[in-house]
Design a protein around this ligand. Sequence first.
Ligand code: BGC
Length: 416
Amino acid sequence: MRSIIGKTIAAAAILAASASFAHAGDVEVLHWWTSGGEAAALNVLKQDLEKQGIGWQDMPVAGGGGTQAMTVLRARVTAGNAPTAVQMLGFDITDWAKEGALANLNDIASAEGWDAVVPAALQKFSKYDGKWVAAPVNVHSTNWVWANKGILDELGIAQPTTWDELVAAMQKVKDSGKIAVAHGGQAWQDATIFDAVAMSTGGPEFYKSAFIDLNPDALGSDTMKQVFDRMSVIRSFVDDNFSGRDWNLASAMVIKGDAAFQFMGDWAKGEFLNAGKKPGEDFLCFRFPGTQKQVTFNSDQFAMFKQGDTVSPEQAALAKAILSPSFQSAFNVVKGSVPARIDVSDEAFDACGKQGMKDLAAASESGNLFGSMAHGHANPASVKNAMYDVITAHFNGEYDSDTAVKEMVNAVALAQ
Ligand code: BGC
């Protein structure tokens, strides 16, 4: 299985490496926004640029979380054919900046006043060595639950607020013959749930200590064992066909009423909206039980790869467009995320978006805002991938919880 995936990625990488350079006046954008909701959001950006006479060369690389996209990117850069702009997460940005591959966006940043409006938690990744190297397009967060309202109403299930209530709700759904949890068995999706379960089980200090500080005591703790035990509980509520399923197909199961819950970042909302569903009427969005005060965030940013000595006019126009307040509102309303600027009104956003903006501000204020481990905002890819391997092996029954805890400590030590 792994080798098939490996071969597919390698083939995609070779194909990508041979792709042509963008024409003058165009931007070539590498991204992983290939689901219906993501494509709808991407269109908002494409249309914005077209209005300015800038053409778009699309370089989509399917695969949520961006693992495949980053493999293709490495191949392109190695072949001397870097795309103009690349969707990137957290530490991937600073890792590429360290290699000297990214263009300096300081002129645009100061002309547009980015320093004053982009939150510090994002600037940590948008800037390297005092230079802006990426333009943040949004803030997503991973600790959300997406629920089919009709199923919950029919079964008399109230919105769960604690782990125990969640387990009781999942049991009730399972007893009714429906699927309790729509999930896709891919490493990044398993890890996305792990973000929420770890925060809920251990609280913010544990999350920070284990995922951000990589403290071996936290990684090897009884709390970590409890997190793995809870992952096994969730595993018992997914359907038999979960293995390899894409995240948007899991969202579709909740949308159609085949399953009650999906534990997923707020990009899932884009799928519900794209299917014509309304928050509060057709579906519910709420924080993963036990994480109501916390936000585990990730921000999609566009890094511009050096094409010459200075930023090209097209790159500058793209960066400027991405951070314009009207675009930030229009794009994020469709994408499911919230703006990457603090001065954008929540007026155009639905109830989930308004809550997302409120939660983000409150979590930031109260010290409850943390980078998502699953989406590259807690640690560089080497550590993230080491954690993915252990989480996935456990979710698929290769390790029991005790073994998983030991493997977690070892894998993280080796990856550093
Ligand atoms: C990105 C989202 C994207 C999701 C699923 C996340 O890592 O931040 O923008 O929608 O992956 O593809």
